[in-house]
Design a binder for this molecule. Sequence first.
Ligand SMILES: Nc1ncnc2c1ncn2[C@@H]1O[C@H](COP(=O)(O)OP(=O)(O)OP(=O)(O)O)[C@@H](O)[C@H]1O
Ligand SMILES: [Mg+2]
Length: 316
Amino acid sequence: MLNISNLSVSYSTDSGIANAITDLSLDVNEGETMGLVGESGSGKSTLGLALMRILPKNARIVSGSMMVYGKDLMSLSRGKMRRMRGETISMVFQGAMNSLNPLMTVEKQVSEPLLIHGKANMREALATAHDILGKVGLKSSAWKQYPHQLSGGMKQRAVIAMAIITNPKILIADEPTTGLDVVTQMAIVRLLKETQREMNITMIFISHDLPVVAKIADRISIMYGGRLMESGTTNDVIRNPRHPYTSKLLASVPDISGNQIISGIPGEPVSALRLPAGCLFRERCEIALKECASYNYDVSFEEKDHRAYCINSGAL
Ligand SMILES: Nc1ncnc2c1ncn2[C@@H]1O[C@H](COP(=O)(O)OP(=O)(O)OP(=O)(O)O)[C@@H](O)[C@H]1O
Ligand SMILES: [Mg+2]
């Protein structure tokens, strides 16, 4: 139902052109959760913003297409795209729980999307907000509170409520568990899973945390430097990684809060301002070959739905 083909997105910056996404192709099936994983700067949020068609002004969709139910998002007028955002596709923005309006009560903020999209009057919007707030597990005592009176988990529930109040078919959740303690992270994962099932939502779950993603995703796509490295069912990717970058992500150990990958992967991620030729991961890769310097991203491992872009995956 969601087909991204050969998408490239760049930003123009004072230091030059940043290639945030390069030639990315990805299909998401109706009703499934696609986990999108990669280190900071790998282009995950850019992909979400591109799908919502709300990239910042300095961004450019260089090439490719994004089809939703067979409609190309790029060919839609502003008005039609706005309607798409009110009816079909919605996003939990990265860090949204920290940028809630401090002067607005929870129920008012959650009801806003319905008012903005002209779907309800104030009274109806509040009634729907109460219904949704109950569904995401916020008790009525919290409805009239302000963001600073809520815990991180409660704020995240409110943000999720705001994203699903328009009854979307597709939900992009960008780092919805980041900054929360482990127990709360798991509660939010459970909530999103239940919501997805109940509302029959197709979800893109974005996170740098592969173990968290593995708990919720049906399929996983691994990004690095704006390119797809590997994709497949969660089971295949976790049990039988075919890209050395995926193996390294699996071997990384989260810190006590379950958040940052501390043992990490040696070396720095590539810079979108200076992408090297050949395989983007080769400089940090323990099994790199000379040929990796001229790799052109033909699929190198393919078994049913499992694909990896590495010419030496046989060495894993
Ligand atoms: N508004 C912007 N202007 C210029 N460059 C940007 C902008 N937003 C993102 N970038 C660059 O695009 C690349 C991809 O960034 P993006 O935010 O999509 O990555 P991400 O995977 O979401 O990272 P994180 O895990 O930190 O959220 C990075 O190199 C980033 O510096
Ligand atoms: Mg991001």
